[in-house]
Design a protein around this ligand. Structure first.
Ligand code: SIN
Length: 280
């Protein structure tokens, strides 16, 4: 739905658009929210600049698109709906390194994420995004047919929990307490977007254990091929953050990756996620 005040500029051929002409702290009008939802569905990820948001206004805006997803393994700093993603000089590990769609090791992964840039480094710390409709559509018909009924078993055992020991290497703290229980999800390799009806590749390699019904050894070669294919450069865009930028992406058809190249600088982001359907 077109909106008279919004200026939309695509940032790459495959994915992403920058939206200007709106103050998100005040964006509550139904017509503006409907237009933003339409732009998210069209572009996969949308970017806003020069915003001034706190947790209350970030949540007020995000809540117009869905209900809040409670992340299973981040330690909240305050409001449990808002995850603070910190990167400190010397961090060996960062959140979101490696291409992924958010939190697939849950039965119903978040449909979308909103990430707000609070303190952005002088250089580095960009985020990359890749269009998973195109990742699916650029596979051969034979490969598409083969993947049609395959599923993937996901677990967060490699990324969270005391045995992983990430907290010693990262300023963002994940649950390592004795009460933490790992979660699992089993999802189709090709998912149909519930709003657009389009098919998208859904292979989240960092949390994947194996294809359902296959061994890890049998799975790895094909999984590696699909993972590399899913973020071929022509399927991607790259976002250079500024203080006050917001990225809003659709996890049902987009993968993303954070770059760990902020050198001597801090990077502080605030993220909320919205509940999604069981992938189908
Ligand atoms: C994430 O994977 O949600 C974090 C992305 C980023 O910090 O750029």
């Amino acid at each position: 739905m077109a909106h008279p005040n919004l200026q939309v500029e695509r940032v790459a051929g495959a994915i992403g658009a920058e939206i200007r002409g709106i103050d998100l702290a005040r964006a509550q009008a139904d017509a503006a929210i409907a237009a933003i939802r339409g732009l998210l569905l069209e572009h996969g990820v949308i970017f806003f600049r020069d915003q001034t948001l706190n947790d209350t206004t970030l949540k007020a805006f995000a809540s117009r698109f869905g209900t809040f997803f409670r992340h299973p393994y981040f330690v909240p700093e305050g409001d449990p709906d808002v995850i603070v993603i910190r990167r400190a000089p010397g961090d060996k590990k960062i959140v979101g390194e490696g291409w992924h769609s958010d939190t697939p090791a849950t039965p119903a992964p978040p449909m979308a994420s909103l990430l707000y840039g609070e303190e952005i480094p002088l250089y580095g710390g960009d985020t990359l995004f890749a269009n998973q409709y195109l990742a699916y559509e650029t596979l051969s018909p034979g490969m598409q047919r083969m993947l049609e009924n395959m599923r993937i078993v996901y677990s967060d055992t490699r990324v969270a929990g005391a045995t992983v020991g990430r907290n010693a290497q990262s300023a963002t703290k994940l649950r390592e307490d004795a009460g933490f229980a790992h979660s699992q999800g089993v999802h189709p390799v090709v998912r149909t977007h519930p709003e657009t009806g389009r098919k998208a590749l859904y292979v989240v390699r960092p949390l994947m254990l194996h294809f359902d019904g296959m061994t890890k050894a049998e799975s790895d070669g094909l999984a590696d091929y699909l993972y590399e294919h899913s973020h071929r450069p022509e399927l991607t865009c790259r976002f250079r953050w500024e203080n006050g930028s917001l990225a809003f992406w659709d996890n049902r058809c987009v993968q993303h990756a954070a770059l760990n190249d902020t050198g001597p600088f801090h990077r502080i982001m605030r993220r909320v996620q919205l509940n999604g359907d069981v992938p189908a």
